[in-house]
Write a protein that binds this ligand. Structure first.
Ligand SMILES: *Cc1c(COP(=O)(O)O)cnc(C)c1O
Length: 240
């Protein structure tokens, strides 16, 4: 039997190569920005990918994974738990009030808190689980709240409401750069909003910003958490 000249990489090899490339990009961006890479957490966004990829990621040292739909997220989280894994699940997607309680049952951090009506069901889910739930206030940097996020001027009130809800912990802020916007300008805006928030809520240190296409800009603007999907796992079959 002869080996083929160019054997196809296995899925594990593909993911390892994607992860390596992304870790190098983060290291270089941190070095360019004079930041310690230890300040930046990489969340690999596994939406649309099977739990087998979560298993492969865990073997490569990835302990933070993200999902954006409640049904898929809870199924993947249960399957991962059955496989003996306990990664930290980050919930990134638009949250429906009737799904919030379920998300609180498995999420480590909910990045997409954008309206007061989510707080009671999140708190109920956190109480059932018996652990405080970290919440990020998602900001709509262009004020187009149809795509998720609260308007910038509403951030202080929503943050205060999260901080005042038993069982919830205000952990910081999250944003997605608006379509077509310059990511540096967008994330600078998020940084300014976050600095102001930190005066009233000094523990709310998380700044979740940056995806496959704009993680360098996010690192320059002080992101503590990056949410990267395609650059690690490849392009998703169906865009969402
Ligand atoms: C899908 C998604 C990501 C990851 O996007 P990529 O471009 O695949 O890196 C990050 N954040 C949110 C909110 C997402 O829905």
């Amino acid at each position: 039997m002869t080996e083929p000249d160019h054997p196809q990489p296995t899925r594990s090899e593909q993911i390892a190569a994607g992860l390596d490339a992304v870790r190098h990009r983060i290291a270089r961006a941190c070095s360019d920005a004079g930041r310690d890479p230890g300040e930046v957490t990489l969340i690999v966004v596994t939406k649309t990918y099977p739990v087998s990829d979560v298993v492969r990621l865990a073997a490569l040292g990835v302990l933070d994974v993200g999902e954006n739909r409640e049904q898929e997220a809870s199924a993947t989280a249960s399957a991962a738990a059955e496989a003996g894994l306990a990664p930290r699940w980050h919930f990134l997607g638009r949250l429906q009030s009737n799904k919030a309680r379920s998300v609180a049952g498995f999420a480590h951090l909910v990045h997409s808190v954008d309206r007061p009506s989510l707080l009671a069901p999140l708190a109920r889910g956190a109480a059932e689980r018996g652990a405080p739930l970290g919440c990020l206030v998602q900001v709509s940097l262009d004020g187009d709240t149809h795509r998720g996020g609260t308007a910038p001027e509403d951030v202080p009130a929503l943050a205060a409401a999260v901080a005042g809800t038993a069982g919830l912990h205000l952990a910081g802020v999250m944003a997605v750069a608006p379509l077509g916007a310059d990511p540096d300008r967008a994330f600078a805006r998020l940084a300014a909003l976050h600095e102001r928030l930190l005066r009233d809520h000094p523990d709310a240190v998380v700044r979740s910003a940056g995806m496959s296409g704009d993680l360098e800009a996010a690192v320059r603007e002080g992101a503590t958490h990056l949410r990267v999907g395609t650059a690690v796992l490849g392009s998703r079959a169906s865009l969402r």
